[in-house]
Design a protein around this ligand. Structure first.
Ligand SMILES: NC(=O)c1ccc[n+]([C@@H]2O[C@H](COP(=O)([O-])OP(=O)(O)OC[C@H]3O[C@@H](n4cnc5c(N)ncnc54)[C@H](O)[C@@H]3O)[C@@H](O)[C@H]2O)c1
Length: 250
């Protein structure tokens, strides 16, 4: 079997880390990308200790030159990149009327423009291979709306639109593009911090009990779905929004 190479952004912790570890279990070589190489390398080392193949990469996804350098380092080390998981992102809570231009721009620059830059950098490898898989980690806040998260939820909604558009544009090239919009996934830096501040503080138990599957989502829940979406088996699935949320859509 030909070795596949995946780039996972924001993979030092949380959901991205779980996806990197899970894909490595399927024999996929992993580029673990995050803001600090040392943090990314720790995950890569965990993967190699468990007989997988991985390297740590440093880049801010919103900086094109950094992304291009990291992608080139991954290609040189492990080969062409035909799997991409756009997972890196930031969040924040702020009443709509108080969001500044700077806060709006920063959210969209990382979550949306970063996804644009990374995807544009990697797609040529997929076109050359005639095969590719892209999974964008968006957010259920884009589906349901989420008070005090207008800057965040709008950036994630745009990721869903981007997913559907790229699915149409690159399907003929053998590339599938899907999105998983998590709801609350605990044991990540983002979610643990979110539950410390208003409007989330004190709501964790209520959130757990909301909906049919009454437990907290875990990073591994998202990783399992991502592993299937990047597999050969999922080759007829594209442009889809795959809910992994315990049935708690809204
Ligand atoms: N945890 C949840 O409940 C939840 C819910 C909905 C959506 N999501 C989405 O899932 C993704 C992962 O979330 P998480 O909870 O694991 O978050 P997290 O904060 O625990 O991890 C995010 C990672 O992304 C990295 N990162 C941030 N900005 C970056 C940048 N500019 N360049 C490169 N790396 C960057 C961080 O350093 C961090 O390692 C995010 O896109 C988030 O919006 C999470």
């Amino acid at each position: 079997m030909v070795k596949k190479v995946a780039l996972i952004t924001g993979a030092a912790v949380g959901i991205g880390r779980a996806i990197a570890v899970r894909l490595a279990r399927d024999g996929i070589a992993i580029g673990v990308l995050d803001l600090k190489r040392a943090d990314a390398q720790k995950v890569a080392d965990d993967i190699t200790r468990n007989a997988g193949e991985a390297i740590g990469l440093e880049a801010d996804i919103s900086k094109r030159a950094q992304v291009q350098a990291a992608a080139q380092a991954l290609r040189s080390a492990l080969g062409p990149i035909t799997i991409l998981v756009n997972n890196a992102g930031i969040t924040g809570f702020k009443p709509f009327l108080e969001i500044t231009d700077e806060e709006w721009d920063r959210m969209h620059t990382v979550n949306l423009k970063g996804t644009f830059i990374v995807t544009q950098t990697i797609i040529p490898d997929m076109i050359a291979a005639g095969w590719g898989r892209i999974v964008n980690i968006s957010s259920s806040s884009a589906q349901s709306g989420s008070a005090q998260m207008a800057h965040y939820s709008s950036s994630k909604g745009a990721m869903i639109a981007l997913t559907r558009t790229l699915a149409r544009e690159f399907g003929p090239a053998g590339i599938t593009v899907n999105t998983i919009p998590p709801r609350f996934v605990m044991n990540t830096v983002m979610s643990e911090e979110s539950f410390q501040e208003p409007p989330m503080a004190g709501r964790r138990e209520a959130m757990r009990l909301m909906g049919p599957i009454q437990r907290e989502g875990q990073p591994e829940d998202i990783a399992g779905a991502a592993a299937w979406l990047v597999s050969d088996e999922a080759g007829y699935v594209t442009g889809q929004v795959i809910g992994v949320n315990g049935g708690r859509y809204i």
